[in-house]
Ligand binder design. Structure first.
Ligand code: DQA
Length: 149
């Protein structure tokens, strides 16, 4: 099983960026956490970050036929990107939206997710654990036998 984990703009700054909101873990540390969990679960993960909307769109398009699921933290593009939503809708790959912070408890504009309708579900507010929960959700949905529930 192969899972593509995509991270949007400014997530490369985790660790130093608004730690009171996003915590102190760097993106590299979050990746290491995910890789450890993925190894335990027996899944392959690719982990990428870009500050550019087009990169995310291209990676989502390319996921068709190569990955079983996409875990996506589109960061600020969550709230604005019709292009990312359309890319997710165009492919037939299970997608799960994740956020470190609880986007529903912050500024009103963050409560609205442009990409949510194109995703199976949303996990928001658990810090780096949001990604681990998404990994478990993906596995559970893809293979009832290996999933946690
Ligand atoms: C975020 C929430 C977004 O609103 C914000 O623009 C981000 C990070 C999160 O993981 O909490 O950059 O996606």
């Amino acid at each position: 099983m192969k899972i593509l984990i995509l991270n949007g703009p400014n997530l490369n700054l985790l660790g130093q960026r608004e730690p009171e909101t996003y915590g102190r873990a760097t993106l590299g540390q979050i990746e290491a956490m995910i890789r450890k969990k993925a190894e335990q679960l027996g899944v392959d993960v690719d982990f990428r970050q870009s500050n550019h909307e087009g990169d995310l769109v291209t990676w989502i398009q390319q996921a068709q036929g190569s990955y079983d699921a996409i875990i996506l933290n589109a960061a600020a593009y969550t709230h604005t990107s019709v292009a990312i939503r359309d890319a997710l809708t165009a492919i037939k790959v299970l997608a799960i939206e994740v956020h470190l912070s609880n986007i529903h408890s912050r500024e009103p504009f963050r409560s609205s997710s442009m990409i949510a309708p194109a995703c199976k579900g949303q996990i928001s507010g658990f810090g780096p654990t949001s990604y681990l929960l998404a990994l478990e959700a993906a596995l559970s949905l893809l293979d009832k036998k290996t999933g946690p529930v």
